[in-house]
Design a protein. Structure first.
Length: 347
């Protein structure tokens, strides 16, 4: 376990500054039969692992997100209480911190093999078992693509996690969400920087179009936008600030292409060795939370997943923020999720 030299986005005010670590896992076998050579799993930890290694919670990360994605839930007295839990936040394959098209020396850019969400879960399982030597986790928690990983965990590794929390998730990618990520890829590849070998430079105009689609429109609702931009003039100014914020993260377009392909392809029912309704086999308590309207991951996907799991509880997040409801965007949403998830993990 060492510090990684990979490029970390600029720290934000509400992020928790923790040592950034990486585990060298060697070749990572993929479900496709290919492998990622010299795979390095990026992660951070919060709290302390107890003597019998029974207090670990895994935090799974969203599309284009990093190990700070669930910081609003982490800390003393919060849902992921660091006085009680040892929280491992594992960067997913392809986010620019774990091994990705943007940082792989052996399989760079479009030479990187395609991967799926189950490959992310398998890499996390190797981290927990090989690096920390744990046989069980108290819980697996995630939002958006992190929530999709969280729902995959009890299917791929039955009984490993004693509880699962999935916010704004899909167990199977909705056709609408597939169109969303395809449109986002088209925003990027419409930039003149795109060619057969990939992007020859940063696609600035492509990222600008991506920001308008993903951050301004689909990550929120009309009601949420009105809170930030009460009129047409301020809406344009707000979009400029969102674009600048997205640009400041430095997220790589090749990484988005690969992560979004994994997002689009996800379906728990195609898990190897599983036939029929995969979620029907889940036998641990599951909390699924989503707002009434989500323009990225349709809420009916979350509700359907809850219906398929015997011990699932669906909770509606009372928020007008849409997909952003499972973030720290609004203090009220953060407080609600900390309370609900905290109660669920304490039951």
């Amino acid at each position: 376990m060492t510090d990684t030299g990979y490029n970390h986005p600029p720290m934000q005010a509400d992020w928790i500054d923790r040592p950034h670590l990486t585990a060298a896992l060697g070749a990572l076998a993929l479900e496709s039969g290919e492998s990622i050579r010299d795979y390095r799993q990026s992660y951070v930890t919060h709290g302390d692992l107890n003597a019998d290694k029974s207090n670990l919670v895994l935090a799974c990360i969203s599309l284009t997100g990093n190990h700070h994605r669930l910081d609003f839930l982490i800390g003393s007295g919060k849902a992921l209480d660091t006085d009680r839990f040892f929280v491992v936040c594992a960067d997913p394959i392809g986010n620019g911190l774990s091994t990705s098209p943007s940082n792989s020396s052996e399989q760079p850019r479009m030479h990187f093999p395609r991967f799926v969400i189950r490959d992310m879960v398998n890499a996390q399982h190797r981290l927990l078992t090989e690096v920390f030597g744990v046989e069980h986790a108290c819980a697996v928690v995630g939002a958006s693509m992190g929530g999709m990983q969280a729902l995959q965990w009890p299917v791929s590794y039955a009984g490993f996690a004693r509880r699962v929390v999935a916010m704004t998730p899909m167990a199977k990618t909705h056709p609408w969400a597939a169109l969303v990520v395809e449109t986002a890829r088209r925003c990027l590849t419409a930039d003149p920087a795109w060619g057969e070998a990939g992007f020859n430079t940063r696609p600035v105009r492509g990222w600008s179009a991506y920001s308008a689609l993903m951050s301004a429109l689909l990550a929120r609702t009309p009601a949420a936008v009105s809170e930030f931009a009460p009129d047409a003039v301020s809406a344009g100014e707000w979009l400029v600030s969102l674009t600048q914020q997205n640009e400041s993260t430095g997220f790589d377009a090749h990484d988005y292409m690969y992560q979004s392909w994994a997002y689009e392809a996800h379906d728990v029912d195609t898990t190897p060795g599983i036939s029929g309704d995969a979620l029907a086999s889940v036998d641990v308590p599951v909390l699924i939370a989503a707002p009434s309207l989500d323009l990225f991951n349709p809420v009916e996907s979350a509700r359907d997943a809850a219906k398929s799991i015997t011990k699932a509880n669906f909770v509606e997040i009372p928020s007008a923020q849409g997909h952003q409801a499972a973030t720290a965007t609004r203090r009220e949403d953060s407080q609600f999720l900390n309370r609900v998830i905290g109660d669920f993990l304490s039951a």
